[in-house]
Write a protein that binds this ligand. Structure first.
Ligand SMILES: Nc1ncnc2c1ncn2[C@@H]1O[C@H](COP(=O)(O)OP(=O)(O)OP(=O)(O)O)[C@@H](O)[C@H]1O
Length: 374
């Protein structure tokens, strides 16, 4: 492998950026994508995802730090004069939510648009090959308005990939599609990315989409990456309450660490690395609470409401403690597969799945730095 081939597809180092009000919205960001890697930037609205993508694209000039693409420095705020390679010379492809194909050009000519400057025959061959890659070879002569939303999105993907970019940048590329179509189109997109081996940085605020698409997820909060891990690691080893709460509603019980564990109404959770006396809380995902037929789990809960969602059901429960009035029941949310056999008013036994529960110290001013145990 040559040194250039081994270079990261994208490397941000110490990148800070903001807009006119002088407030940084991306803060000291370090991020590296391996060749062929798909990384999703995931986080709440306004956390800096799109700004990060625009910095990679060259649409923004960073205040500090460097950006490298495929081993080449495309931005260096500290150089004199600062380095800034414009978007069209960065070897990046774009796929945005409003993937707007040119309505006055056929599918083939839309794809050829990105291949200007190449010999005509080679460009035609490349455009047809990439249309075949996305399963649109038979539509080369069609006009955009004759295509479904999903087909248009595949043509936009072909147009972005045609010039063989070193890096593909995707900003909420599926959010304009309805739910069912979105699933199909993102599967097709992922397959094409894997087959072409292009590295991709994708912005989404949809945790399920990030879990599905990513080799790694970069979870962002207030301009920083607070955790970057594989979807599985992020699920099983969340490093902050934020990383748990972002993926689903959670049940939370506070307490104080005693003898290396946290005693809560949901049971005792080991937390050996937390000092005695530390205020802490357990975060239990809704799927941690499992209604069980064996009545002897130690936890009895009153079913408050049953909300069937089709393939799963949300149960709102009130956890009762022996000798305590029901008015003091702890409200809990459980998520169970299928349709459980219980109705509002029933008392059910609950088992608690410890793998889906996480203990964190009750943090000071900066909760994102808090460590946790699973
Ligand atoms: N052109 C701009 N001028 C001024 N402020 C901006 C500009 N673009 C973004 N911002 C601000 O920067 C912050 C980060 O915005 P950004 O679009 O990067 O976040 P995001 O995570 O992509 O959000 P969303 O999911 O809502 O698109 C926000 O506070 C936003 O208001």
């Amino acid at each position: 492998m040559t040194a250039a081939a081994a270079a990261p597809a994208l490397a941000f180092k110490g990148v800070t950026h903001g807009y006119d009000d002088g407030r940084p919205v991306v803060r000291a960001l370090d991020l590296t994508l391996a060749p062929g890697e798909v990384v999703c930037l995931l986080g709440p609205s306004g956390c800096g995802k799109t700004t990060t993508l625009r910095l990679a694209a060259g649409l923004e000039r960073p205040w500090t730090g460097t950006v490298r693409i495929g081993g080449a420095t495309v931005a260096d705020a500290g150089a004199a004069p600062p380095v800034h390679v414009p978007p069209e010379r960065r070897r990046v492809g774009f796929l945005f939510q409003d993937f707007a194909l040119f309505p006055h050009l056929t599918v083939l000519n839309n794809v050829l648009f990105g291949l200007k400057g190449r010999p005509r025959k080679a460009a035609q061959a490349r455009a047809r090959a990439v249309l075949a890659d996305v399963g649109m070879a038979d539509h080369a002569r069609a006009w955009p308005h004759q295509l479904s939303g999903g087909q248009q999105q595949r043509v936009a993907l072909a147009r972005a990939l045609a010039p063989e970019p070193a890096l593909l940048l995707l900003d909420e590329p599926f959010s304009g599609l309805d739910t069912r179509l979105r699933r199909t189109v993102r599967e097709q997109t992922l397959r094409v990315l894997q087959e072409t081996g292009v590295a991709a940085l994708m912005v989404t605020h949809d945790p399920e989409e990030a879990m599905f698409m990513s080799d790694r997820i970069a979870l962002m909060q207030a301009g920083r990456i607070v955790q970057i891990d594989s979807p599985m690691q992020l699920h099983h080893r969340p490093r902050s309450p934020f990383a748990v709460r972002f993926f689903s509603e959670v049940n939370e019980c506070a307490g104080v660490i005693r003898n290396g564990a946290l005693d809560t109404p949901l049971g005792r959770f080991d937390a050996p690395e937390l000092a005695d006396g530390t205020p802490a809380r357990v975060l239990a995902r809704p799927e941690a609470l499992i209604p069980t037929l064996s009545g002897d789990t130690g936890f009895a809960a009153r079913v408050v409401s049953v909300r069937p969602l089709g393939h799963e059901t949300i149960l709102l429960l009130g956890l009762t403690a022996p000798g305590r009035p029901e008015s003091e029941a702890l409200p809990l949310t459980a998520r169970v597969p299928g349709r459980p056999r219980c109705d509002p008013g029933d008392i059910i036994a609950l088992a608690v799945e410890a793998d889906e529960c996480f203990v964190f110290p009750d943090a000071g001013p900066d909760p994102e730095d808090a460590g946790g145990t699973g």
